[in-house]
Ligand binder design. Structure first.
Ligand code: FAD
Length: 389
């Protein structure tokens, strides 16, 4: 893979066309819309704005693009999806998370599709794919993060359904989602976990505003279940498959987060080159200083390494090979490397990079989170060692 900051796909005209059209949509529609409405990454999100992006993206063929044609997608490979995802965050668009459906859309549903019954596909998943409904995924609890088996939210069998009790925290997209994919412990069982589709307007289910993480983005919510009755038809997969469904989704998600981080780091690199070209110190632009050039070289090298391993792993997954170790390697390396890139970008920007609201400062805070979110660096290392030793 030849390194260019803005990759081209001359050997794959279909992908090149998709990438060109996505770049055009971001440049000519989404970014001007955000500027006109003063939307930044830290703006509160409202459902009508998000629905506007989902619908437009669906019209243009991006929303759910990786789904099979029978579900309204174009069967885009994971490799192709990585290419599109990188473009989204590289554009700097604040609403980029909603173009392919990362936040509440088809990508959040992810690999759980294969466990859904045909009724669940019709009732829950197709409306998400059409951009009419949104969902969140809820595994984490206050006292159960990396160690998900410590979860205390339970499902108790009750007639032809189940009653859920407990609390999930930090569910991305919860504040504007219609339903959640919730993983819970079966009451009275030590190690049996199940996944349910839960409508968020079900009596006994309350959505609370979540904590605001250091990125300043307001996308997370907490779900409280207090005697919340869910019909048996909403069980996803079988009793006892909850962690397999949850963790299986997370493995692919770990890989698919990587191109978003690479895109954000690529944006930080471009901003750094621009700043270094125009900022003058000691009679010359910063870019003339070898110390600054070395930083840019280190940043580009990290980007090249991260992109290469992520694309290689995506191609492997496209061939149907197991990527459980490699997905963890990709997320581990990419999160650490992209954070290094962001840190260097702040350094090159000097005080501007430390100023609240500067784009590089926001990227720095956002990228810092991904050494923890969707699996911490330490948990990735545990998984890699476990898979290899
Ligand atoms: C912005 C944001 C969005 C999120 N979105 C979602 C979501 O949509 N759905 C969802 O379910 N969750 C979500 N989460 C939760 C996220 O996945 C967890 O925060 C993450 O898994 C880590 O759990 P924890 O924060 O409880 O940290 P802990 O598990 O308490 O870990 C604390 C520290 O201990 C280390 N540690 C723990 N166990 C080990 C070990 N065995 N070996 C070595 N080190 C270890 C960790 O690496 C870490 O450094 C989100 C979190 C954030 C901040």
């Amino acid at each position: 893979m030849t390194f260019t900051l803005e990759p081209s796909y001359d050997d794959n005209p279909r992908l090149q066309d998709l990438v060109d059209r996505l770049r055009g949509y971001l440049r000519d529609e989404l970014l001007p819309y955000e500027r006109a409405h003063g939307i930044t990454p830290e703006s509160p999100l409202d459902r009508p704005t998000l629905e506007g992006v989902w619908k437009r993206s669906r019209e243009l063929g991006f929303y759910g693009v990786s789904l099979p044609p029978e579900l309204g997608g174009q069967g885009l490979s994971l490799y192709g999806l990585c290419a599109l995802k990188e473009e989204l965050t590289a554009s700097g668009a604040a609403l980029s998370h909603s173009v392919l459906g990362d936040l509440g859309g088809p990508l959040r549903v992810g690999s759980v599709l294969r466990y859904a019954t045909s009724q669940q596909v019709e009732r829950y998943l197709m409306p998400v794919i059409r951009g009419e409904r949104a969902c969140c995924f809820s595994l984490t609890e206050q006292d159960a993060g990396s160690d998900v088996r410590r979860m205390t939210t339970t499902a108790t069998p009750d007639g032809d359904g189940y009653v859920l009790d407990g609390k999930k925290v930090f569910s991305s997209a919860a504040p504007f989602a219609d339903f959640a994919i919730v993983v819970v412990r079966m009451a009275g069982e030590d190690e049996t976990y199940s996944a349910f589709l839960v409508d968020l307007d079900t009596p006994g289910c309350t959505v609370l505003d979540g904590e605001i993480p250091m990125s300043g983005q307001r996308m997370e919510g907490d779900l409280v279940f207090d005697g919340c009755r869910v019909p048996a038809a909403n069980l996803l997969g079988e009793i006892g498959q909850g962690l397999r469904i949850g963790i299986g989704r997370i493995t692919l998600n770990r890989l698919l987060h990587c191109p978003s981080l690479i895109g954000a780091a690529r944006r930080a690199w471009s901003l750094s080159v621009r700043h270094a070209s125009t900022r003058v110190a000691f009679g010359q632009p910063l870019l003339a200083l070898q110390a600054v050039q070395h930083k840019l070289a280190d940043m580009a090298t990290d980007l090249y390494a991260a992109r290469s391993m992520v694309r290689e792993t995506a191609a492997k997954a496209d061939r149907g090979e197991n990527i459980s170790v490699e997905a963890n390697m990709c997320k581990l390396f990419t999160a650490e490397a992209c954070f290094r890139v962001a840190d260097q970008a702040v350094q090159i920007h000097g005080k501007a990079g430390l100023t609240r609201g500067h784009e590089v400062e926001q990227i720095f805070r956002s990228l810092r989170m991904f050494r923890i979110v969707t699996g911490t660096t330490e948990i990735h290392k545990n998984a890699i060692a476990k898979g290899l030793v």
